[in-house]
Design a protein around this ligand. Structure first.
Ligand SMILES: Cc1cc2nc3c(=O)[nH]c(=O)nc-3n(C[C@H](O)[C@H](O)[C@H](O)COP(=O)(O)OP(=O)(O)OC[C@H]3O[C@@H](n4cnc5c(N)ncnc54)[C@H](O)[C@@H]3O)c2cc1C
Length: 383
């Protein structure tokens, strides 16, 4: 990833320079959405790099999207405000009808429509997606949707939501991942009219929410692909999601490591730079080595993905190793900064809080480990 897309990285870095630490600090203080940042990214076309040219995007491969997200994080910005558009859009691209793609993709590419909300997780089912309870019942040419989602990030800042709901009641003979469907919900007229959104205050500024559906009516033409195959469609987008989040974590790790090195050279205690002490050098060097190792796994996952393979194991390992590398680098960065690591004006504590998320979302470390144990190592299924 290091030497690829240099022009693209330079352009992203230039855009990010308009959004320095003070910008993010103020948003963090007021828990506000980075509207201007997302607008500039959209207008520059960076959020539509994966949309094919015929629909108004750049038609670039996953590696380009990974480079965009990594660079954003490495510059100290936060792609969490908009990264979902990159991978939710893939579900529409791969499984949507021609009419759906014609209707939505050009508008998503131009920024006229935002597809930032992804409604999968529910309060009672959690990681056990097949146990979700939100229902979509067909009545004439409409689905009537009832239920609740949780952690639906950016719902207040999105026009569309990709929703996973149960369209066939679960019976004891059925696999619980069957009978789920993906529906594209246009939220523009639905809020207050079938949809209620409640923000959740979290340890970092992430614009995440609870969404309640109360007899929301959605035209059946908004069903993506075949009814009942929604879980499979969501799964098919997971590799891209994991890889892109891993790239963001690599960007974060680079930001932390650069920040640690700069401070260790600059800060003088006992008459010499703290970076002269091996007790300060070694943790930074180790965090750097772990970041580079994780970066190689991200590159390998991208290589396989772009060769048309199904790199489930590599995408999961990349996400786990990169999330670990960024959190290690974050922790070392706080330690290197001593007390100043806790001062908001250094941005380290904010990025530290932000990087903690990736141990849990979009998939938690335990679930990655159990995937590897079962599907790669052949150990018995644990749940
Ligand atoms: C800020 C934020 C933003 C998010 N954005 C979105 C979004 O936009 N859309 C969306 O759909 N979801 C979103 N999520 C949800 C996220 O994907 C889930 O939080 C995550 O998948 C974990 O689910 P859970 O919180 O229900 O944890 P639970 O499933 O309740 O699990 C709790 C803990 O138990 C562990 N655990 C559970 N089962 C097992 C097992 N069998 N073996 C070992 N350990 C186990 C988990 O690893 C976890 O550590 C977001 C979450 C957060 C915090």
């Amino acid at each position: 990833m290091n030497n690829e897309y240099n022009d693209l990285r330079d352009a992203v870095a230039k855009l990010c320079a308009n959004f320095p630490g003070e910008y993010w600090r103020e948003l963090d203080r007021t828990m506000s959405y980075p509207t201007e940042f997302v607008r500039e990214l959209t207008e520059a076309g960076w959020l539509s790099v994966l949309i094919p040219e015929e629909f108004g995007g750049a038609g670039l491969p996953l590696s380009a999207a990974a480079a965009v997200l990594e660079e954003m994080q490495a510059q100290g910005c936060n792609g969490g405000a908009c990264h979902a558009q990159m991978y939710t859009m893939g579900t529409l691209l791969r499984h949507g009808s021609d009419a759906q793609k014609q209707e939505y993709l050009p508008k998503i590419a131009s920024g006229e429509l935002r597809l930032q909300a992804f409604g999968v997780t529910e309060p009672t089912s959690g990681t056990d997606t097949g146990a979700l309870k939100t229902t979509a019942v067909l009545e004439g040419d409409e689905y009537v949707i009832n239920g609740q989602k949780i952690w639906t990030s950016r719902a207040e800042h999105s026009d569309l939501m990709l929703l996973l709901a149960r369209t066939t009641p679960l019976t004891s003979e059925m696999k619980k991942t069957h009978g789920l469907s993906v529906i594209l919900v246009d939220m523009r007229d639905a809020v207050g009219n079938g949809i209620t959104i409640k923000p959740i205050r979290t340890m970092m500024n992430h614009a995440t929410t609870e969404v309640f559906f109360d007899n929301l009516r959605v035209p059946v033409k908004n069903l993506i692909g075949d009814e009942g195959k929604g879980f499979r469609y969501i799964l098919s987008g997971m590799n891209a999601e994991r890889i892109l989040i891993a790239a963001e974590c690599i960007g974060d790790a680079k930001w932390f490591n650069n920040k640690s090195v700069a401070y260790a050279k600059d800060r003088s205690v006992f008459g010499r730079a703290i970076g002269q002490n091996q007790g300060i050098q070694f943790p930074i060097a180790k965090a750097y080595a772990n970041m580079r190792a994780a970066e190689l796994m991200v590159q390998e996952a991208i290589r396989l993905y772009e060769a048309g393979e199904n790199p489930g194991a590599e995408a999961n390992m990349a996400k786990m190793l990169a999330a670990d590398a960024s959190f290690e680098a974050a922790n070392v960065c706080i330690q290197t900064h001593g007390g100043f690591g806790f001062a908001a004006e250094y941005d380290v504590e904010r990025k530290f809080r932000e990087s903690r998320l990736f141990q849990v979302a979009p998939i938690s470390t335990n679930l990655i480990l159990s995937y590897l144990a079962e599907h790669v190592l052949g150990l018995p299924r644990s749940y």
